[in-house]
Design a protein. Sequence first.
Length: 252
Amino acid sequence: MISEAEVRAYRPQPDSLAERVVLITGASGGIGSALARACAALGARVLLCGRKVRSLERIYDEIVGDGGPRPSIAPMDFETADAGQYSALADAVRGEFGRLDGLVHCAGLLGELAPIEHYDVVTWLKVMHVNVNAPFILTRTLLPLLRASSDASVIFTGSGVSVRGRAYWGAYAASKFAIEGLMQVLSDETDTLTKIRVNSVNPGKTRTRMRARAYPGEDPATLPEPATVLAPYLFLLGAAGAGVTGQRFNAQ
């Protein structure tokens, strides 16, 4: 079994994701956009999924400008998306590629940092829907396309508060616990019956907008850029991660 240290130290070879079709949620910023650019640089056909179309278009232009394969833009607001939008996304992927080799869940909401006693119910439901229900629905909808791949990888993004609860992290922490459970259940279901592998990655402290909202007094210059914590994602998306499933990796 490969060690976590080896995964963190992983350095992909050029074209290690060549011809792979990878859909990344939350691709309009933070870890999602950094991962999209990294995957494209390694040859992947990336589907940029997120709710901010202008930001997705910016990442699209950056990938094309870097000389990567032309990506696709898949606008989706997970807070309001209905069944028809999920199905339309699956149909579009099926029509253009016929399969999906990678699905990375980077989209998420922080919600509010407050004690359970005072946590806003509407905010709780919104965070749980975007962080748990939407990844479940999207994964379920795309499973036939993942099965069509000869080596498919599903990656959920965890957190430092998804293995031990922390006061005031409310719905965000609860949702990340749920994501780890979803990852383990899906991994167990697909381990011997399909060529799909399912894992999670905890990026750790990273210079993102969500981190800034959670820690407004923190100096962002002391945190690593998203592009520097991608090794576990890239390892799991490529052939190097073949056979690895049901595991949680810390990027730092």
